[in-house]
Design a protein around this ligand. Structure first.
Ligand code: AMP
Ligand code: MG
Length: 426
């Protein structure tokens, strides 16, 4: 890598801190350079295709909700004044099911049988659930004292017409889709997914399913990063893998730089064939950092392409590539869809077992599994894994355990932070 792009001083081997790295990404995604990218834009999708998309325009209530005073129980609609004390006997004047409107009013001494979801008849101000009623012929005896408003959801008590029911940006899950449907929206305005390219590098790589010669390995980073980008909300394109030659990498990176976000994985370290940083530099990428005080993932790099493309150079070890994508690439992808640019949120949980001191003091992000115990709350159990080259332990993880001082032991029972890997956790 040419040192010209380094923005933090003279020492080409200085690692930046996590905070410096996040600030660099934050500055770039919120800066002028980024605005040179074509705007991501919005599109409209029907509710059935809205899952996982990021809402880009508010959804307003088209009516009051509920749109009428609504029965919350099956039973009888009454005038509470008629049944202030238990034992009132009222004449059954009719029936109103959900979807219907009772014609007429309830007069003094009357009750109307009603089903959950039906509009309260005029004159009624309470619903008595059927379990508290005894029906005989045309009369119902109310066994309890009734108060005004009992088992009734008043008109407009959830939202008023014109109120905002969903505020962007929000990732649309089942609950948000239900809220939009309730408020009468058939189409939702969502951010277009950010285009993102994945380029893997390494002479050793073989496509899974193809014959594997001695010394070769299957490409797992390509499929993993493509899946991660999709999870973060981008529209990824896996451009496959390049050989460890400048010509092979140049051809692929030229294609990759047609996308607003580029993940280049492998070839970022100090090996003789680690050609990725200088190849991207020669295509106009300015690096903001290369090397972060963290484990795994130290060789990670970030810079801007000639048109403001966000370019991430990720170390080739799969767990390193995974962790760096979560910590840095996710922030850019989400910011480009309208989310606040910030590192992943952390949960405070209890450590399930002791962690020995590590010789390395760099902040660590370790695959961990969350579980809940009745008396101890949410616990994080570090996964058994063989280090950054072992994706099998990672496959058991649903969190990254954050250890700011891994050179000190952490005892079971200590409070620790985790990043939850569930797509909708944050
Ligand atoms: P590198 O960052 O290129 O030095 O690679 C570090 C380690 O990650 C090496 O053991 C590589 O074989 C491995 N690696 C690199 N790229 C991939 C990939 N796409 N899939 C799986 N492992 C990889
Ligand atoms: Mg390599």
């Amino acid at each position: 890598m040419s040192d010209s792009g380094r923005s933090w001083g003279k020492d080409p081997h200085r690692l930046v801190s996590l905070n410096e790295a996040w600030q660099a990404v934050w500055r770039a995604v919120t800066s002028q350079a980024t605005r040179e990218l074509p705007p991501i834009g919005v599109e409209q999708v029907p509710l059935e295709h809205a899952l996982g998309r990021v809402l880009a325009a508010p959804v307003h209530a088209d009516d009051d909700y509920p749109a009428f005073d609504k029965a919350m129980m099956d039973g009888f609609a009454v005038r509470s004044a008629d049944a202030k004390s238990a034992g009132a006997a009222l004449r059954v004047a009719g029936f109103v099911p959900a979807g219907d409107v009772y014609q007429g009013r309830i007069d003094a001494g009357e009750a109307v049988r009603i089903n959950t979801g039906a509009p309260l008849p005029d004159g009624a101000d309470a619903v008595v659930k059927i379990e508290d009623c005894v029906v005989e012929n045309d009369f119902v005896t109310i066994r309890t004292a009734v108060h005004e408003g009992q088992s009734v959801a008043p008109r407009g008590s959830h939202r008023r017409r014109g109120d905002t029911v969903l505020t962007p940006p929000v990732r649309l899950g089942p609950a948000q889709i239900a809220a939009a449907a309730t408020a009468g929206s058939a189409l939702l305005t969502v951010a277009r997914p950010v285009g993102a390219a994945v380029v893997s590098t390494g002479d050793e790589l073989v496509t899974p399913g193809e014959p594997k010669l001695p010394g070769r390995i299957y490409d797992s980073n390509g499929p993993m990063l493509t899946a991660l980008l999709r999870q973060f909300g981008a529209e990824p394109r896996n451009l496959g893998f390049g050989r460890d030659t400048a010509a092979s990498l140049t051809a692929l990176f030229e294609q990759a730089l047609a996308h607003p976000v580029v993940l280049a994985v492998g070839g970022m370290s100090m090996g003789t064939l680690d050609l990725v940083p200088q190849t991207l530099s020669s295509l106009g990428v300015t690096w903001y950092f290369h090397g972060v005080e963290m484990r795994p993932g130290k060789p990670v790099a970030y810079g801007l392409g000639p048109n403001g493309q966000h370019v991430f150079g990720l170390p080739g070890n799969p767990v390193s590539a995974f962790v760096c994508s979560w910590l840095f690439a996710r922030m850019a992808v989400r910011a480009l869809q309208g989310y606040e640019a910030r590192p992943p949120a952390r949960l405070s949980v209890t450590l399930a077992r002791d962690i020995k001191a590590h010789r390395d003091s760099r902040p660590a992000f370790l695959p961990a599994r969350l579980r809940s115990e009745e008396d101890r709350g949410l616990l994080a159990e570090p996964c058994h894994w063989g280090g950054s080259g072992d994706p099998f332990g990672l496959a058991e993880a649903d969190a990254l355990l954050c250890l700011p001082h891994p050179d000190e032991p952490t005892a079971a029972g200590a409070r620790v932070d985790v990043i939850c890997l569930a797509p909708t956790c944050d």
